[in-house]
Design a protein around this ligand. Structure first.
Ligand SMILES: [Ca+2]
Ligand SMILES: [Ca+2]
Length: 278
């Protein structure tokens, strides 16, 4: 955990250092602007491009995040694989069940399509917020009925909206598995139950646990630790111990790095655990 914190801090410092350098460069270029030749203009242009990319805007809502994921993060075939089960899917978001041996448990319609899954469920970071537990004066229907929970938070709570729309926490999942996982925690379940054909995804409803396949567990750990660091979302000691083990067993992959680079281009930040190669 301490190592993770150090890496995160170091990476943030490097990012801030680069940002300061680019700002200084911009100041110099504007001061001597008329004195510069064509080479200088090119340098200024490059600096502007760098500055724009450094200030990429995070998505403002979950619906905007979904559009960005489709258009900019997962548009090409090399990343088009469902997070649970590893099925390939088409540009039209149709799951290729044969590619992973998936058979639906009971919802064939939802089993055919991709949905965007929050690895850290919205309820996990929402339930600590007043809009979730108590509601808000702005959260009333036209008929005057008060509501709370996710619908209210998505309307009035800017911090919740940033968390809900954070691209690092969103992955493509088979719709039925997204629904069956619900807001269950992710952990290892005894045995190898195969409810979904050959698809390696297990659910224990009585304990409210879902087991993801081994090759995604490091990815999951890095996302949970990112959400903890970025938004101060508390994790239990048992979770931190499990996530450290998962990161050791499933190191950062090339696909994970590619996804992180693309998210940085859109959202303006990396997950330091991925960009630093943990
Ligand atoms: Ca198992
Ligand atoms: Ca992995």
């Amino acid at each position: 955990m301490i190592a993770h914190k150090l890496v995160s801090t170091a990476s943030n410092s490097i990012g801030k250092g680069l940002l300061t350098l680019s700002r200084q460069f911009l100041l110099v270029t504007s001061k001597d602007f008329f004195m510069r030749n064509l080479l200088g203009l090119s340098a200024a242009l490059l600096a502007c491009i760098w500055a724009v990319s450094s200030y990429a805007e995070p998505p403002a809502s979950f619906s905007q995040a979904k559009r960005l994921l489709e258009k900019h993060i997962y548009p090409s075939a090399e990343l088009r694989e469902t997070f649970y089960c590893g099925c390939t899917y088409s540009a039209e978001k149709q799951v290729d069940a044969e590619s992973c041996g998936y058979t639906p448990r009971k919802n064939a319609k939802r089993g055919k399509r991709i949905e965007w899954e929050h690895i850290v469920p919205a309820s996990r970071f929402g339930k600590t917020r007043a809009c979730w537990t108590e509601g808000d004066p702005a959260c009333t229907t036209r008929k005057g009925k008060a509501y709370k929970g996710r619908r209210c938070c998505s309307k009035v709570d800017e911090e919740f909206k940033r968390m809900e729309a954070d691209l690092h926490n969103l992955v493509p999942a088979v719709g039925e598995l997204n629904g069956d996982r619900s807001n269950f925690r992710l952990a290892v379940i005894e045995g190898e139950d195969r409810t979904y054909g050959a698809c390696d995804f297990e659910i224990d409803r009585s304990r409210k646990v879902a087991e993801p396949m081994a090759e995604t567990r490091g990815d999951i750990a890095r996302i949970y630790l990112y959400m903890q660091d970025t938004y101060g979302m508390p994790l239990t000691d048992a979770e931190i111990e499990m996530f450290n083990q998962w990161m050791a067993d499933d190191p950062v992959s090339e696909e994970e790095q590619l996804r992180d680079v693309r998210i940085h281009e859109i959202q303006g930040n990396t997950n330091p655990l991925i960009s630093a190669g943990f």
